[in-house]
Design a protein around this ligand. Structure first.
Ligand code: GLN
Length: 486
């Protein structure tokens, strides 16, 4: 049962072949027996999940089944969940029980989804390996000595190991797509402003965006359909008519133009990843698409620009954690300054403190123009590059990650090397575009992800392209041998 995709499970539920309660118990049992090794969950909401499942079954019997009725999912622990600890992977929020649901959580709950629990993540979503979590690293189910990617590494590992059929994630610089690539699943970062950020703990507000992580593009479409929508509680949420992401999934690719950016295939890129990406392009060609070359010359500046903008915004967002209002408070402070200093020094881990220092510096008088303003100008150049590329191509194709899952500990003490894990994903966040990562092959038994970038609001189009690709290939159906499955 656990091997089915979300879409297949929905059909089983809709056909009366399985109940929400049976399905929920199946996944809870898998988490119970297997997550000790993976560490993909911070909190498992067993009792609540069973109650929700029974309620979903009751709603269905009254003919009131929502789109996700009875489907168990996991939420990244960055989303506020009413009455349930919301830690954001940090000691700072280890004791924080949210008094409300994030909009994403509320919408999925209203559609009938069952929350299995909260997934592990890099602290405040800062990282690419899940090693900055206060709760310890998550292991990659394909090889337990390797990282699952980050920061949504818990969600990615849980879905890859089939401990949950699908999960939510957030992506500020690649945190949905890179872990999806490293664990062999499909993940989508929507256009900025499409999914409400309300109740999602803020990292870098102009870049953060929530999205689905699942086994297939069709599953992501199903989740996205529920996640999107205007929200008056988020001032950057866009008010536009709803798209139907499921309607065009099967549309043939004839007439589609796929752009391959030369900058995404540098000489330094692992030749096997480059070849698998090109092979993906050939598959799309076989289905009638035309492949052209495009250029994104400013993309090489995306990592440096991001590591000014994201820390700047983080330093501002994280100033609310002061040891006074909520979250961690140090023992026996001697005065108010001591309370602030020690609560923040003890409550935040090293990477978070590094970002706060860098961000505060970049925003300070005398440095603002040299760093922050300049980074914002680079951001504009990157958006302009994409705008020109989308005049030639409908979608852009490239690798998601420059390498497969790396060993735990390999980059932990070398922040700049760690930051390069997102070289192919960050530009998309700076431009606010939608992008998806899907499995496109394997190297030595480890999954390789390929990335499809769409123009603004073209989530439906990249989901369509990914779905067509997944109809013709079976990389997305490969699961790790973890848990005695093979
Ligand atoms: N790895 C990047 C960072 O550490 C992106 C993280 C994210 O998308 N949340 O900032």
């Amino acid at each position: 049962m656990h091997k089915h995709t979300l879409t297949e499970l929905k059909a089983l539920l809709d056909g009366g072949k399985v109940s929400a309660r049976e399905l929920t118990d199946t996944f809870l049992a898998r988490i119970e027996s297997l997550d000790g090794e993976l560490n993909s969950f911070v909190t498992v909401t067993t009792e609540q999940a069973r109650l929700e499942a029974d309620a979903a079954d009751a709603a269905r019997s009254k003919g009131e089944a929502g789109l996700l009725n009875g489907l168990p999912i996991a939420h990244k622990d960055i989303f506020c969940t009413d009455g349930v600890r919301t830690s954001c992977g940090s000691r700072m929020l280890d004791n924080f029980i949210s008094p409300y649901d994030a909009t994403v959580v509320k919408k999925m709950r209203a559609a009938g989804a069952i929350m299995l629990g909260k997934t592990n993540m890099d602290e405040f979503a800062m990282g690419s390996s899940n090693e900055t979590s206060f709760y310890g690293p998550v292991k990659n189910p394909w090889d337990l000595s390797r990282v699952p990617g980050g920061s949504s590494g818990g969600s990615a590992a849980a879905v890859a190991a089939r401990l949950a059929p699908a999960a939510t994630g957030t992506d500020t610089g690649g945190s949905i797509r890179q872990p999806a690539a490293l664990t062999g699943i499909t993940g989508l970062k929507p256009t900025y402003g499409t999914v409400s950020r309300w109740g999602m703990i803020a990292f870098a507000s102009s870049l953060d965006q929530a999205g689905p992580m699942a086994q297939s593009a069709a599953d992501c479409a199903l989740m996205l359909q529920t996640m999107v929508g205007h929200d008056v509680k988020d001032s950057t949420s866009l008010d536009r008519t709803a798209d139907d992401y499921l309607a065009d999934l099967d549309k043939p690719l004839a007439g589609l133009t796929v752009g391959l950016p030369e900058e995404f295939f540098p000489a330094s890129l692992d030749g096997r990843i480059a070849e698998l990406t090109r092979e993906t392009a050939r598959e799309l060609e076989r289905q009638g698409a035309k492949v052209v070359s495009v250029s994104l010359p400013s993309v090489k500046l995306s990592v440096p620009a991001y590591y000014v903008i994201a820390p700047a915004e983080a330093s501002s967002n994280l100033s609310r954690f002061d040891g006074v209002r909520y979250g961690y408070r140090c023992q026996d402070p001697v005065d108010l300054m001591d309370l602030y200093k020690r609560s923040r020094s003890e409550g935040f881990g090293d990477e978070v403190q590094r970002r706060i220092l860098v961000g505060t510096y970049a925003l300070s008088h005398g440095y603002y123009d040299a760093y922050y303003l300049r980074a914002q100008k680079v951001r504009r150049l990157i958006s302009d590059d994409f705008a020109r590329a989308f005049e030639k191509a409908d979608v852009i194709l490239g690798p998601t990650s420059p390498e497969v899952a790396f060993q735990l500990g390999a980059k932990k003490d070398d922040p700049v090397t760690m930051y390069m894990a997102d070289v192919f994903t960050i530009a998309v966040n700076l431009a606010g575009l939608p992008a998806l990562s899907m499995p496109g092959g394997a190297i030595d038994g480890l999954p390789v992800g390929v990335q499809l970038i769409g123009n603004y609001f073209r989530e439906g189009q990249i989901l369509n392209v990914a779905h067509r690709y997944q109809q013709a290939t079976d990389w997305h159906r490969q699961a790790p041998a973890f848990g005695g499955d093979k």
